[in-house]
Design a protein around this ligand. Structure first.
Ligand code: SAM
Ligand code: DTB
Ligand code: SF4
Length: 328
């Protein structure tokens, strides 16, 4: 990373090699965090953290076989399938999230892909409703066609979340019902429709360090970079094939966050799933490493999350505050 700490802005590069990213990731920890901090402070307000709320608008019974996911119909988990929620329920939840300090509302559906017709029309109405509340709207609905992305953009969608999850070589070990190329095609449709891209992955799924680096490499070579990069620690859910894996070491999480911060300096790096198992100190370390977004609220999609009171106490203790919503 070429950086003159006092005068120049960090360079935006889209030609990072995996070797270069590995060298950054493996720096002595104090050096890594110092570099991440230096980049972070030149482009972002280090006191601010974006608060995003998640709502599962359609839960469980998913035909995909993602081995980490409690919503896959392939595995017997405690998730109770539920059809698409009513517009009024969604907007009620969005309003409550806004009143609790969130600026972005993310709606997730356990679909392989979006179906045209009634389903898409209902989601478009939700997006319009969420935007009308003054919130940024994000969706994660599975694969999208170019035309569906265009319609979501027209409805005012701010961001679309579609994770690559892991590196290309490990992907097939975790997901067999769709390919890396399918994921990249949806990301292209989202980008071409003018919606911002939210794309990241999960660590702790049994992957090697090379796979984590390869994921960061694919993300860092996208041009433009994803505006949001969620870094999830696997939530080990009973009934899924990955339930018995060991927990993620918080230092590994901080290294992923710091490396993402350095290679994608302008992006929001979101400390995503897995915060419930992290101490305040571990989360603070991730903020120091350049994380500037979290999921707020009691739940992620189907699993628990720290919730408003605990997060408010954490941010107060750290002297940090909620970032304002983006304009427009
Ligand atoms: N069905 C759509 C899809 O897969 O694109 C959208 C919803 S899906 C649940 C959204 C993302 O949640 C996944 O891509 C994955 O990265 C993340 N996720 C799912 N289960 C998880 C778990 N147990 N731990 C961490 N992240 C998880
Ligand atoms: C993301 O990267 N993580 C969120 C959001 N994007 C959609 C989802 C995490 C899901 C964790 C498991 C669950 O709650 O079902
Ligand atoms: Fe379905 Fe998404 Fe879960 Fe995969 S990650 S099983 S596509 S809900």
């Amino acid at each position: 990373m070429s950086l003159n700490p006092e005068t120049t802005l960090p360079e935006l590069r889209h030609d990072w090699t995996d070797e270069e990213i590995r060298a950054v990731h493996d720096l002595p920890f104090p050096e890594l965090v110092y570099r991440a901090q230096s980049v972070h402070r030149r482009l972002h307000d280090p006191r601010e953290v974006q608060l995003c709320s998640l709502l599962s608008i359609k839960t469980g019974g998913c035909p995909e076989d993602c081995k980490y996911c409690p919503q896959s119909a392939h595995y017997g988990t405690a998730v109770e399938p539920e059809g698409l929620l009513d517009l009024s329920r969604v907007l009620e939840t969005a309003r409550a999230a806004r009143d609790a300090g969130s600026t972005r509302f993310c709606m997730g559906a356990a679909w392989r892909e979006v179906r045209d017709g009634e389903e898409l029309e209902q989601v478009l109405a939700m997006v319009r409703g969420v935007r009308a509340l003054g919130l940024e709207a994000c969706c994660t609905l599975g694969m999208l066609t170019a035309e569906q992305a265009r319609r979501l953009a027209e409805a005012g969608l701010t961001a679309y979340n579609h994770n690559l999850d892991t590196g290309p070589d490990y992907y097939g070990e975790v997901i067999t019902t769709r390919t890396y190329a399918d994921r990249l095609a949806t990301l292209r449709h989202v980008r071409e429709a003018g919606i911002t891209v939210c794309c990241g992955g999960i660590i702790g799924m049994g992957e090697d360090l090379e796979d984590r680096i390869a994921l960061l490499g694919v993300l860092a070579r996208l041009d433009p970079h994803p505006e949001s990069v969620p870094v999830n620690a696997l939530v080990r859910v009973a009934g899924t094939p990955l339930e018995k894996l060991p927990p993620v070491d918080p230092i590994d999480m901080a290294r992923m966050v710091a490396t993402a911060r350095i290679v994608m300096p302008r992006s929001r790096v979101r400390l995503s799933a897995g915060r419930l198992e992290m101490t305040d100190e571990a989360q603070a370390l991730c903020f120091l490493a350049g994380a500037n977004s979290i999921f707020a609220g009691e739940r992620l999609l189907t699993t628990p999350n720290p919730g408003e009171a605990r997060d408010a106490a954490l941010l107060a203790k750290l002297g940090m505050r909620s970032a304002p919503a983006a304009e427009g």
